[in-house]
Ligand binder design. Structure first.
Ligand SMILES: Nc1ncnc2c1ncn2[C@@H]1O[C@H](COP(=O)(O)OP(=O)(O)OP(=O)(O)O)[C@@H](O)[C@H]1O
Length: 275
């Protein structure tokens, strides 16, 4: 469903010979997958997301989303109906004066019936815990509430692919956990294809697949359990293991006979209790 072949992309620059962000990237993301993209600053994560929804165009190679070409001006709108993105800074995505108006905005452009619009809004408000704020002025919302609104607006569009580019950055711990639960539900019950870009590796443990980007290349590609094995030496790519996974590896190194994989606190507690 997302397929890149031999993709070359560099940002336009007044200087000549700017190093490309991607040079020959081949990558396929299948329908229904939950893929986490991780990597140090500047490794190309956001650039990839922007190529997927046509905000950027490759210089060479191909990118297809459901067979559509996001770099083609005639096809990009169809791509954007299927792909919703939520960015780190929600300010840029909020257009309505109130929460409800903001949610209505994108839906009215789809030409839906009033009933369908209302249903979608109720659903998105409930999913993001914003029901009580629906008549609130958007400028009065906190950063985290704005983040949730941006997510609600994306969900209301019922995308087939949802890209969350550090979308939990402004959320407190509880809201972050709630959002992760929501993402899991969307994945399991609604089969949405999810791309989550994050610096918090503990947020990737329930994904189907983790891609590690490094200088515009996919250097590791596997399940969280594969990626978080000590042999991968994630520090080489500027990353560190989720704390629970790190602790489990340290315990085993020190002779505690834990059975792996251990990805979550619950896994660790169960492994320790069953010794
Ligand atoms: N608008 C731009 N103009 C020029 N260069 C850019 C622009 N945006 C990003 N870059 C460069 O492209 C490369 C990839 O950036 P990108 O934002 O995709 O990385 P990232 O992995 O998402 O980083 P981060 O984790 O810091 O968000 C970096 O070298 C960055 O400096």
């Amino acid at each position: 469903m997302i397929e890149c072949k031999d993709l070359l992309f560099r940002y336009p620059d007044y200087k000549r010979n700017v190093t490309p962000v991607f040079e020959g990237l081949d990558l396929t993301i299948r329908k229904g997958e939950w893929v986490a993209i991780v990597g140090s600053n500047g490794s190309g994560k956001s650039t990839f997301a922007r190529l997927v929804n046509g905000l950027l165009k490759p210089k060479k190679g191909t990118i297809r989303v459901f067979g559509l070409n996001p770099a083609d001006d005639c096809e990009v709108w169809q791509v954007r109906q299927k792909v919703q993105m939520v960015f780190q800074n929600p300010e840029n995505q909020i257009v309505g004066a109130t929460v409800r108006e903001d949610l209505i905005f994108g839906l009215e452009n789809l030409g839906l019936s009033r009933e369908e619009i209302d249903q979608r809004i109720e659903w998105a408000l409930v999913q993001t815990g914003l029901s009580a704020y629906q008549h609130e002025m958007t400028e009065h919302l906190s950063g985290g509430q704005k983040q949730r609104l941006a997510i609600a607006a994306a969900l209301a569009m019922k995308p087939q692919i949802l890209i969350l580019d550090e979308a939990t950055a402004m959320l407190d711990l509880r809201a972050r956990r709630d959002l992760l639960r929501l993402i899991q539900t969307l994945h399991q019950e609604h089969h949405i294809t999810l791309l989550t870009i994050t610096h918090h590796l503990e947020e990737t443990v329930h994904c189907d697949r983790v891609l590690v980007f490094h200088h515009g290349e996919v250097v590791l590609d596997g399940t969280p359990a594969d990626i978080f094995s000590p042999e991968n030496e994630l520090y080489k790519y500027g990353l560190s293991l989720p704390p629970v996974v790190h602790l489990a590896h340290e315990l085993r190194k020190n002779g505690v006979p834990l059975s792996f994989p251990i990805m979550t606190e619950e896994d660790l507690v169960n492994a320790l209790c069953s010794l």
